[in-house]
Ligand binder design. Sequence first.
Ligand code: ADP
Ligand code: MG
Length: 717
Amino acid sequence: MPRPRPAPALAALGETPLTTLPGCGPKVAEKLAARGLVTLQDLWLQLPRQYEDRTRITPIRALQPGVAAQVEGRVEAVERGFRYRPTLRVAIVDDSRSTLVLRFFHFRAAQVSQFQPGVRLRCYGTPRPGQNGLEIVHPSYRVLDDDEGSELGNALDPVYPTIEGLGPASLRRLIGLALDRLPGDDALELLPSDLRIRLRLPSLREALLTVHRPPADADVGALLAGTHPAQRRLVIEELLAHHLSLRRQRLAQQSYAAHALSDTALAQRLRAALPFALTGAQERVFDEILADLRRPQPMLRLVQGDVGSGKTVVAALAATLAVAAGRQAALMAPTELLAEQHLNNLRAWLEPLGVRVAWLAGKVTGRARAKALAEVAEGDAQLVVGTHALMQEGVVFRDLALAIVDEQHRFGVHQRLALRDKGAGGVVGAESVVPHQLVMTATPIPRTLAMAAYADLDLSAIDELPPGRTPVQTVALSAERRPELVERIRRACAEGRQAYWVCTLIEESEEPGKPGQGRGMRIEAQAAQTTFEALSSQLPGLRVGLVHGRLKPAEKQAVMRAFKDGEIDLLVATTVIEVGVDVPNASLMIIENAERLGLAQLHQLRGRVGRGSAVSSCVLLYQSPLSQLARERLETMRETNDGFVIAEKDLELRGPGELLGTRQTGLAGFRLADLGRDADLLPQVHEAADQLLATSPVIAERIVERWIGSATRYASA
Ligand code: ADP
Ligand code: MG
């Protein structure tokens, strides 16, 4: 056995630029660098997103929605359509005498001519319910020669995240070349050996080789499920890297100073003036905030509270402390509608107490904007409410002491930090001063996940609703029963109540490289338009309104306001109504294609009703057949109204990626870890982090560098 070379030289090997690989010229290197892939080590850690199991063929009859599979069949029919956009549908039949539709939205003429009836195709993809049974959107496929046998692969094929401008085959080749230069364990390994031994995990080198090049005898099921020891080995190190990085960010935050805010006189006046008493949960959370604000270090607190739990008033109370101290507070909301609702509430509560509230949103322009900016800069405005417009250049606060961000899920960490930086600048003693930060979210996150995602924040939960709310009654109905609903809406509105009809649309996430935001919104708007027309003619006596994402903000607001003012009985809407809108008289909600939405989104939508004292209902309309996952989601919605319970279930069903939103934490950037699947590792991760920080900070640093690298250099800046 060759003697291992000394570690430093080998560690340097990881830092070798990719341009040293054959076939990686400046052009290719640039494309890789655009995705943060610069060194050999970056490619070692560019892990397969999933595997394609081409070791067997699944009969079409045995396909299951949502489960990727390889099928083989003969082309039976080809159809081109232009309904909303060009579409190519290819029907194939196999020996099980079942048909599968392959659907393409992007295709070339040459491709179309390949699909002659009778041609044999082998394809791979994830089937979903379509108009006529199952279909696969954009399968990968291969035309088989007629005399070609049916040899199958003997190992799993890794699938890597796509890199713009670089084909999958080239990427695979480069990763292979990089792996050929993987050094020995002693140079590579950073995990404490007692941890590895305790959990019986392979070395990093072995784990990387297994994950990139699964041997033919590897446990296929475990690899596909992401639970293979090699994967767990990598997951643990990745989780550790993220946790260490959040811990470091928190330490960095704590090195700043903040103005201590402790004058509660104005808060007491506001409480006395409110038409209701705070709930116990609101009291407790406000106390937690008070304790933070009193200290000369910046507060960094996340308040989770279900829709309707009353987060706004807690924010208002917090804001009074900045005002009472002669400083400023800002409240930022993700949409103009929501920001305006906050503005109205805060003005109603605070202006009678003499607090000057300013408004800054995208639509505030010209003279009004100049005036608002001047008020903010000179300190005439004590509380500033707005949208992202608050963070734009040219917005200068005289003395921002508290930054409040509502509905964190719509904002990224960086935006939160940007608002913080609006208040940075002053110096107390030797330390520079930043505002206190309060972040509010209506999407409860399970505790384990929150601890991992927000190791840089303190957590509070408003886990109690104000009294007098009646839980929303939820039913799931097959779409065929839609006619009954029309009658139900007629009756509800005849009693003076109001209703929502929410139209949703499938997201075609499988289309490679085409997230299609704009198009999705257009099709969704179209669906809402059609529904609006149908319902308007079926319900001639009712005032029906329509709101969707393609309306101009002013038009959207006008419709929402009319609905709020009771001038509209039935509001047909897309999911744009999701966040925060408060119309207490609305007590019936119908959600179309509910099977296509995630639990968090269903819960958010349903939260629009049940805000008044009338008994509210929510009808989840679904298209059959339901996948197992969709069935469980609808079941959960029927069983509970508790956002925390729903969040736990959501985590169990689909993992945290979407729970947290892509933009919001570093978490969506996980290469391999999936907190839903890997949550059991967290205690070990936290323990290892403590140990490393205490005994080997240099190793801790290297783990963060290895997995997160430039991203943290930016975030902790
Ligand atoms: P969310 O947490 O979803 O942002 P809001 O702050 O919009 O909830 O509050 C929902 C409604 O409940 C508002 O009309 C608000 O005035 C009211 N509310 C808040 N706290 C209480 C309370 N303690 N008692 C009664 N009503 C309350
Ligand atoms: Mg709110």
